[in-house]
Design a protein around this ligand. Structure first.
Ligand code: G1P
Ligand code: ZN
Length: 545
């Protein structure tokens, strides 16, 4: 099939600025041509290396995924891409896309996902570009794409028929080869090479039960392949495992609020031994045991403390990184074990350089993201596998492993309070108020807590020396407590204020308090400093995790 290549005149569209993780808007915005076309052209213009090279394309299967894939294929052809690898049915989890880029030597990937944001015809859509290392485009590149969207005068597209995506196979679109690939196979092979599959298989054969909740998103096929086909878990171990365009009208975010059914099941009489949930594009994870929901910050610290038990890390653990708002539980492990811990701004893109330079082997974020050097994205299914690896080798329950960890390293009580869909002016006023107060805060005593540090977090990348400023307000207290404030870069409605609260408790006798009660004094100080009620009228957070 040869397609005529057309140059279509277009005009810049305001607001095509990628946020924490790509460009996200309501589906209707993307459906209104040429919104998607303009942004995709900016990608091709910003990454000339795609010409004559391989591109990976896939998404989380949300509403408009299929149509967007066909538009991208037509534009890839027109922009001179030599070969596209696209997941069957247009599906690829974010970590699987990252792996395919690295495995195939592709020049990059276009991933269609708004991650954990709701889908369906009234939900969100998103698009992000991952570079040749398999990781999210660095800020310099996303800035360049944004700049190009603001000067664009034309996009290139080739006429031609849609590529059938329903089965694996090889096709051509003009000069361009299109390979529709099984989305899970290569990923399964990668997982097999990282964790102790035999130990997990034996643990399962011993009668242990697991429950993986894919929240009707793209994680389903990956979980079925890895846990059922490769590890022999019964088919009913995977729930909500068929990807739906509207995620079953749910919110595909694996946290105790949106995966409340799973939490209830794990607190119930017949709870399995282990559970995990994944988000829309299967890069996030929540880990649960019987009567036990882990915070992602603890999960990261515990994996770091036990890295020697996971074949992927055995003998080669270079260090670890956490995003700034993530609790400092990881730091305590790093100090005890003697590995470096890096503190980066929020967003996975900041881990890429550290991973590429072998400075770190493991990294994570408080927002249910955990990952390592096997891909350049966070990886939900992999995180669950690592936990199963620990359970199988340590022969302890999740709750026992967690309690042991806190007894040894102390507990970092941790919670995030989100105030969603705030008027932008109110949210900006809060941040301005906090910034204005920073200089006077150190040394002040507030509600019994003495401020030891107050700043607007700035990060200098130790590998390329690039500087990212204004990454969130950090207020630390002398007793190890901390509050962090930042505005979300992924929301699509108004502004979202995130308040991250943390308190360290060394005494094991005080490790089973209710988290919100344990944090009460820090929460009170956060409200005093930010005047959230006064500036927004909101008395309660929208979501507490
Ligand atoms: C949120 C999370 C952040 C994560 C990002 C993409 O970004 O807080 O840790 O990297 O989603 O999954 P935010 O909305 O806070 O900018
Ligand atoms: Zn995600």
């Amino acid at each position: 099939m040869t397609g005529v290549i057309r140059e279509v005149a277009t005009q810049p569209i305001a607001g095509q600025k990628p946020g924490t993780s790509g460009l996200r808007k309501k589906v209707g915005v993307f459906q209104a041509a040429p919104y998607l076309h303009n942004f995709v052209q900016a990608i091709f213009d910003a990454v000339p290396a795609l010409k004559g090279a391989t591109l990976v394309v896939g998404g989380d299967g949300r509403f408009y995924n299929r149509q967007a894939v066909q538009i991208i294929l037509a534009m890839a052809q027109a922009n001179g891409v030599a070969r596209v690898l696209v997941g069957r049915d247009g599906l690829l989890s974010t970590p699987a896309a990252s792996h395919l880029v690295r495995k195939s030597g592709a020049a990059g990937a276009i991933i269609l996902s708004a991650s954990h944001n709701p889908g369906g015809s009234n939900g969100d859509f998103g698009i992000k570009f991952n570079a040749a290392n398999g990781g999210p485009a660095p800020e310099s590149l996303t800035e360049q794409m944004y700049a190009l969207t603001q000067t664009l005068t034309r996009y290139l597209i080739a006429d031609g028929d849609d590529i059938p995506l329903g089965a694996a196979g090889s096709f051509t679109r003009g000069q361009m080869a299109v390979e529709v690939v099984d989305p899970v196979h290569a990923y399964g092979e990668l997982m097999t090479s990282l964790v102790d599959m035999d130990a997990i298989r034996a643990w399962l054969a011993d009668g242990h039960r697991i429950r993986l909740d894919a929240l009707h998103a793209v994680g389903g096929p990956y979980a079925r392949h890895v846990f059922c086909d490769l590890l022999g878990a019964p088919a009913d171990s995977v729930v909500n495992g068929v990807p739906l365009e509207n995620f079953g009208d749910g919110h595909p975010d694996p946290n105790p609020v949106y995966a409340a059914d799973l939490v209830a099941c794990m607190n119930g009489p017949d709870a399995p031994d282990f559970a995990a949930a994944f988000d829309g594009d299967a890069d996030r994870n929540m880990i649960l045991g019987r009567n036990c929901v882990l915070t992602p910050s603890d999960s990261l610290a515990i994996l770091a403390a036990n890295a020697a038990l996971i074949p992927q890390f055995a003998g080669t653990f270079h260090g670890a990184a956490r995003s700034m708002p993530t609790s400092r539980a990881l730091d305590v492990v790093g100090q005890a074990k003697g590995f470096p811990v890096y503190e980066t701004p929020t967003g996975w893109k900041f881990f890429g350089n550290l991973l590429d330079a072998d400075r770190i082997s493991l990294c994570g974020e408080e927002s249910y993201g955990t990952g390592a050097s096997h891909v350049r994205e966070k990886d939900g299914v992999w995180a669950a596998l690592c936990w199963l690896n620990l359970l199988a080798v340590r022969k302890q329950s999740v709750a026992e492993i967690v309690a042991d960890h806190w007894a040894q390293y102390g507990r970092h009580y941790y919670s995030r309070h989100d105030y969603e869909a705030l008027p932008v002016e109110g949210a900006n006023a809060i941040m301005a108020r906090l910034r204005a107060a920073l200089a006077d805060l150190p040394g002040k005593r507030l509600n019994g807590l003495t401020v030891s540090l107050a700043d607007d977090f700035s990060y200098t990348d130790p590998v390329d020396a690039s500087v990212s400023r204004s990454q969130g307000i950090r207020i630390e207290f002398a007793d190890g407590s901390r509050v962090v404030f930042r505005l979300s870069g992924t929301g699509t409605e108004g502004a979202t204020l995130r308040v991250y609260l943390e308190r360290f408790e060394a005494d094991p006798a005080r490790h089973s308090l209710d988290t919100q009660i344990a944090l009460a004094s820090v929460i009170a100080v956060a409200h005093y400093l930010a005047d959230i009620v006064g500036l927004t009228g909101r008395t309660e957070p929208t979501v507490v995790t």
